[in-house]
Design a protein around this ligand. Structure first.
Ligand SMILES: Nc1nc2c(ncn2[C@@H]2O[C@H](COP(=O)(O)OP(=O)(O)OP(=O)(O)O)[C@@H](O)[C@H]2O)c(=O)[nH]1
Ligand SMILES: Nc1nc2c(ncn2[C@@H]2O[C@H](COP(=O)(O)OP(=O)(O)OP(=O)(O)O)[C@@H](O)[C@H]2O)c(=O)[nH]1
Ligand SMILES: [Mg+2]
Ligand SMILES: [Mg+2]
Lengths: 278, 300
């Protein structure tokens, strides 16, 4: 009976800690082991190499969620809304994404939608200047939705190819702040039909199991189009995205690999799997 | 939740006459899953389980305790196992040490940590805290890298009506050293150094922190840790501690629903205490660490 076949215990003792320490999570690790048990013959289940390759294949399959290539999107303007919890790397990532799009010949406008945090607008402006794009700031007393409305309008006037909207960091547990994000989304649609074309969750790779809850909550509120995983240049492996990809079918679009303007790369599933087992 | 893990563990032991290794291992399985889902470090979970197992099996289970009426009753294996689990969890939590070392004539506080963990915001919170303790802090903007980092700290200083020191062109070690002189000249008796976020594996930037420490000799070096951090917590905390001999930790963003298991792990692995908790974005949202609060959160 295939149900009674077990992976060799020595192999489990080696692979399980590796996955847990990569923040894959207990339940997802268990799911991977179960899938491998069902796929391999009992002879293969005693081969460390076969089991490891099978796990790698399962992970690769899970994180390979199809997604459009950002710089090849043809909507004009293409409006991108960037969201996530406090300190994840949203503002910096917008700078990097703007730079990437500019390098490919696109006009980009940034919307300084964080009207709350100290010096948030100044921070985005520096990135906008570095990337060579206009940063739309709000007037005194304007709320986030109003600023991003103006940003989309201004971007359209400028003939921008891409409009990237920054939002204030917020914990998904704060109902009023999540409602604000929904309002921002609605208001961006008012500024331009079909906007936002992309709603990207920025997720810090050092995040533990809370990442799945974050993704679920932001997805429920806004219907995300993808995830950007930041701080991958650190020692955290970002294994939480396996569950996010598998359960929510959200694609990881980019990874942040440092603090410079050029430190953004398209997500490479094979490289991600290699990194887990490095 | 970890509570469910403990519940299941207890049910498995119910009605058993004695604790044997099979029973204990079965009970520990549920607890292990719960602690890992709460982001407790795998190594810490393993040694926790080993200690619980050793104590449970080494236990003479015919123990007696006094019940609610002062009558002597025998402790069931299930109760004894439960007691051992809670003893070991409490050991991971405490002891409590939330003091800030006040130095005369200048109390020095250095904030360090990974990118985005909440150092700048917490520096502002600590300035307000020290002001509440009748100290006169000077905030020092020693992050010369992040765009508008100095503006950010200045804005917090303005809100608190507290001075912020920064001098363009100085490297962070020189800047912090000069800040101490400025503090004395302006009648401030505390300095809080806000440093740039950095990776523990960044050799150059870690050496910068060592340099700041060597020049300013702060009695308070706090690693600011995002409470939603996963298994990387121990790697990071251990390295910062090895380099700087930390005074303690400040866990931030506990107003979210991250279980915060990292708090257990970093305290266990470094032996350094958790001093404060950041529980919101505004400058009043700082609390002294209380183990019961964090324990019940990790226990779900
Ligand atoms: N090492 C590294 N640091 C990063 C990366 N992305 C962002 N950071 C750093 O993370 C910190 C926080 O970045 P921000 O862009 O301010 O994050 P945010 O999400 O906009 O923060 P809030 O607006 O306050 O919620 C900064 O110090 C960035 O330089 C990355 O890929 N690698
Ligand atoms: N909800 C919540 N947000 C917090 C807390 N502490 C800090 N933040 C937020 O977390 C984000 C990052 O805070 P910063 O103070 O900029 O973090 P930092 O460590 O100085 O960042 P770097 O200098 O880039 O490394 C900001 O949006 C803060 O408002 C907290 O306790 N709760
Ligand atoms: Mg930001
Ligand atoms: Mg800072």
């Amino acid at each position: 009976l295939s149900g009674t076949r077990e992976i060799d215990e020595k192999i489990v003792d080696e692979l399980e800690p590796l996955l847990i320490q990569a923040d894959v999570g207990v339940k997802t690790t268990q799911k991977l082991m179960d899938l491998v048990r069902q796929r391999l013959s009992s002879k293969e289940l005693s081969s460390a190499e076969k089991v490891r390759d099978a796990i790698r294949d399962e992970i690769l399959r899970m994180v390979s969620v199809p997604a459009p290539v950002m710089e090849e999107r043809t909507e004009r303007p293409c409006v991108v809304m960037v969201v996530g919890v406090n300190g994840a790397g949203k503002t910096t990532t917008i700078g990097k994404l703007a730079h990437r799009l500019r390098q490919r010949g696109h006009t980009v406008v940034l919307g300084a939608g964080d009207t709350f945090r100290a010096a948030a607008v100044e921070q985005l402006r520096v990135w906008g200047d570095r990337a060579g794009c206009v940063t739309v700031e709000g007037k005194e007393g304007q709320d986030s939705a109003a600023v991003l409305f103006d940003s989309v309008k201004k971007g359209k006037e400028e003939g921008a190819a891409f409009i990237l909207g920054d939002t204030a960091g917020r914990l998904h547990t704060k109902v009023n702040l999540m409602e604000e994000l929904k309002k921002v989304r609605r208001v961006m649609a008012k500024a331009h039909e079909g906007a936002p074309h992309e709603v990207l969750l920025v997720l810090d790779a050092t995040t533990g199991q809370n990442a799945l809850i974050q993704a679920e909550q932001f997805n429920q509120a806004l219907e995300l189009s993808g995830v950007i995983l930041t701080k991958v240049d650190g020692t955290a492996k970002g294994g939480v995205i396996i569950a996010i990809c598998d359960q929510l079918k959200l694609p990881v679009r980019f990874v942040g690999v440092g603090e410079k303007l050029s430190d953004l790369r398209p997500f490479d599933p094979a490289a991600f799997v290699d990194g887990l087992f490095a | 939740t970890v509570t469910r893990g403990f519940k299941n563990a207890r049910l498995k032991l119910q009605g058993k006459a004695e604790l044997n290794s099979e029973l204990v291992d079965e009970a520990l399985k549920d607890i292990r899953v719960s602690l890992l889902e709460a982001d407790v470090d795998l190594g810490v979970v393993k040694s926790f389980m080993d200690r619980v197992r050793d104590k449970s099996l080494g236990q003479v289970v015919g123990l007696e305790v006094k019940d609610g009426h002062g009558k002597r009753v025998k402790l069931s294996p299930q109760d004894r196992f439960n007691g051992i689990c809670h003893e070991e969890l409490e050991a991971l939590m405490g002891p409590v040490d939330t003091s800030i070392t006040v130095q005369k004539p200048l109390t020095k506080v250095m904030m360090v940590g990974l990118q985005g963990s909440g150092k700048t915001t917490t520096a502002g919170k600590l300035a307000r805290w020290l002001d509440g303790k009748k100290l006169r802090p000077l905030l020092v903007a020693a992050d010369i890298y992040r765009p508008a980092a100095v503006d950010q700290l200045r804005a917090l200083g303005d809100k608190l009506q507290m001075p912020v020191f920064h001098e363009p062109g100085l490297k962070p070690p020189e800047l912090c050293e000069k800040a101490m002189a400025v503090a004395r000249e302006t009648g401030r008796n505390a300095v809080i150094f806000d440093t740039a976020g950095r990776l523990a594996i960044d050799e150059e930037l870690m050496r910068e922190l060592e340099d700041i420490k060597a020049r300013t000799k702060p009695d308070n070096i706090f690693l600011v840790v995002d409470s939603m951090i996963g298994q990387d917590a121990v790697r990071t905390a251990a390295e910062f501690n090895r380099r700087l001999d930390l005074t303690g930790f400040i866990m931030t963003k506990l107003d979210g629903d991250a279980r915060g298991g990292a708090a257990l792990s970093i305290k266990e692995v470094t032996g350094k205490p958790i001093k404060f908790l950041g529980v919101g974005e505004t400058l009043d949202k700082l609390e002294e660490f209380r183990p019961q609060g964090l324990a019940s959160r990790i226990l779900g």
